[in-house]
Design a protein around this ligand. Structure first.
Ligand SMILES: [Zn+2]
Ligand SMILES: [Zn+2]
Length: 251
């Protein structure tokens, strides 16, 4: 029974399809303006704090040090709520993406796997991926092993507290938005936009994904200097993630 709930990055497409369908049904048959506001608020928390800052700039690239160590836990939990995997799974996929950008083995390059990069399906092997420091961490192992079960418990608890419709607006719709924002970014950020740096990959800077993903779309800048927590380089390259890190989180 446990294996059903054990995290495996291969299962991510099922989350993507399920939450997209549920979101569409609720938005068509039970639309609420207040609910949509809550969904967008959660999308900002999840996308900016969880994924861009917690999973990406802090955990994958260690690009800054947190003011207080405890801050990492809420950031990681918000990252989990994006529905794109545990911290271990996400970081494994992302480091592999940097290691083999746009070459064979890149988990989500549009140049090697085309439109399949729009569906978040990754093969995950404990022994293969360059995430040694996370594997030995008991917290990260636990979150990874029981990722799906934890998401189900979270959704059910919120359903019991405030009802299934509000749970959909607070958990399911933000998750659907986060998954699509992430997979669409993975595709277009290596295909469209302008170059600031000559990098060995095909990364590009694209304002529309940058604004929708809190700075992530300044992707060519990021590939050129992955250890820099600031992705925006020019004045017009707004980077909300870097702004929050600088003013709120950085030691
Ligand atoms: Zn990239
Ligand atoms: Zn990165």
């Amino acid at each position: 029974m446990t294996s059903l709930f054990r995290s495996n990055t291969l299962y991510l497409p099922y989350i993507q399809i399920l939450v997209t369908l549920i979101s569409a049904i609720v938005l068509i048959f039970n639309f609420s303006g207040i609910g949509m506001g809550l969904s967008l608020f959660m999308y900002i928390l999840i996308g900016c704090f969880g994924i861009s800052i917690g999973y990406h700039r802090f955990l994958s690239h260690s690009s800054f040090i947190l003011k207080y160590n405890w801050m990492q836990w809420p950031l990681f939990w918000l990252g989990c709520l994006a529905g794109t995997g545990s911290p271990v799974g996400w970081v494994a996929v992302h480091r592999e993406h940097h290691r083999r950008s746009d070459r064979q083995g890149d988990p989500h390059s549009p140049h090697t796997i085309g439109y399949k990069s729009l569906i978040a399906k990754y093969e995950y092997k404990w022994d293969k991926w360059p995430i040694r420091e996370l594997i030995v961490n008991k917290f990260h192992r636990f979150i990874h092993e029981y990722y799906f079960l934890l998401l189900i418990i979270w959704g059910l608890s919120i359903s019991l507290l405030i009802g299934p419709i509000w749970m959909t607006y607070l958990v399911i719709i933000p998750m659907a938005l986060s998954i699509w924002a992430s997979t669409i970014s993975n595709y277009v950020n290596h295909k469209f936009g302008y170059l600031t740096y000559e990098t060995p990959d095909k990364s590009r800077n694209l304002w529309i994904t940058a604004y929708l993903t809190f700075g992530e779309g300044w992707h060519n800048n990021h590939h050129a200097r992955p250890k820099d927590y600031r992705f925006g380089r020019n004045r017009w390259e707004l980077d909300l993630g870097a702004f929050v890190i600088k003013n709120l989180l950085k030691a």
